[in-house]
Design a protein around this ligand. Sequence first.
Ligand code: AMP
Length: 506
Amino acid sequence: MQTSISKTNCLFDSIFEPTRNSSSTFLINDNKEISYIDFHIMINQLANVLIKKGMRVGDRVAVQAEKSNTQIALYAATIKAGGVYLPLNTGYTSSELDYFIKDSSAKIIIVDKDVENIIAKNLEANTVLLTLSSDETGSLTALAEEQETFFDTVERGPDDLAAILYTSGTTGKSKGAILSHQNLLSNTKVLKEYWKFTKEDVLLHMLPIYHTHGLFVASNLLAYVGGSMIFLPKFDIEQALKWMNKSTTMMGVPTFYTRLLSDSRFNHSLTKHMRLFISGSAPLLAETHKEFEDRTSKKILERYGMTETNMSTSNPYDNERIAGTVGLPLPGIQLRIADDKGNEVEQGQIGIIELKGENVFKGYWQMPGKTSESFREDGFFITGDMAKVDKNGYVTIVGRDKDLIISGGLNIYPKEVETIIDEIESIEESAVFASPHKDFGEAVVAAVVRKNEAIIETEIINYLSDKLAKFKQPKKIIFLDSLPRNAMGKVQKAELRKKYQKLFND
Ligand code: AMP
């Protein structure tokens, strides 16, 4: 029997609680379906495990496990029990895991059975270690099955912490972005209206759930509207094609879309019932956007966000979606393009995106110095993304500030060079970065993936010669089979910079 809910918990009560008695389906896997009622039983049993294992209000629950139904219920259970959820990329090694566990002083750690013994060696005496494997077995689920199926929600307010997500930081130590109940809830409410999600929606979910995209953007939103998620372990072309006709919407990183387009079975008739395709986490090439429209008659809706800010801009649902742009600031979110002192630049000029709103995180976990460096005095967060805004307010991202190349004292935005290289018929894609150069300080280098092996360096340079100023043209072209990318589809420019740092100065 369910006890009455007497206390308020900002995120849980708004997102999950309303569906407690709903017999609708929440999660769909290849061989099973879980209703909201069953999902709430999982949440309550998991919350009971956390409390029995000593978790108190505000304690961190760190999880590194393959995507599973239990894991998404564990996220909701942690919030319901007043804890702080800390999901970790499944690609992290055990020594990286040690850093996150120590840095966050997590009370409860949940890992795959395979790494249990390695992790156990370095744990503090009062830390609890449980296991959860991809087939949903492990000590966590075994304990959960023995628990009561009711749980009294623990009170939490809007400014209390709900989650810590470590950023994929390419330099220095990874920073834990701390997100409050209000940060997450406000964004979910905005996205519901902006993208018109309802309980009729079935989301094709193939994203990881250790990242803001798959966890908050996708899962919070579908739970909030009472919709369903076809919850697949990862992107797989056969699975994507198989489940498309049961879905109404899909959220993906750009590589999902390029992989779908590379399969001729992905066509107009397979997608004609789909209401919405959303892309984010990395730049979607304008060319991919157009090819997708040619193939399906649908325009991908591209949006922009980051771990620290949740979602900040989006192309519109009803109005024009412009390829190569990330759309307009979402309602309630202030965006300005600023110089390195925080002064707004003139409309159309390139600068750094700064953001303010309920979506913006509280700071970096136990890094007061980094936190204050990242905010202006008037409360705007300095994202590090360089962009410009057109006269209608559409934002175009031109790269990260640390990717900016300064050659002979002149600024070069890699995106500008990449866009022109990518126009060449025989070129699949490119990544432009800097390599140290004794005369110029930095020299422009382009890593290029070819569609047609016959194209050579001089042909590319010739193509660029009347389209780009000489100082922007690559001093060297490197041909690769594929660009280095992480699981979210982001090109790893730091990796390219490191690998090719001695091209000119040997
Ligand atoms: P993460 O914190 O891992 O979500 O990474 C956030 C970063 O991804 C942003 O700061 C951007 O650099 C990049 N990003 C996210 N969405 C887009 C997009 N639609 N276009 C270009 N870059 C994006």
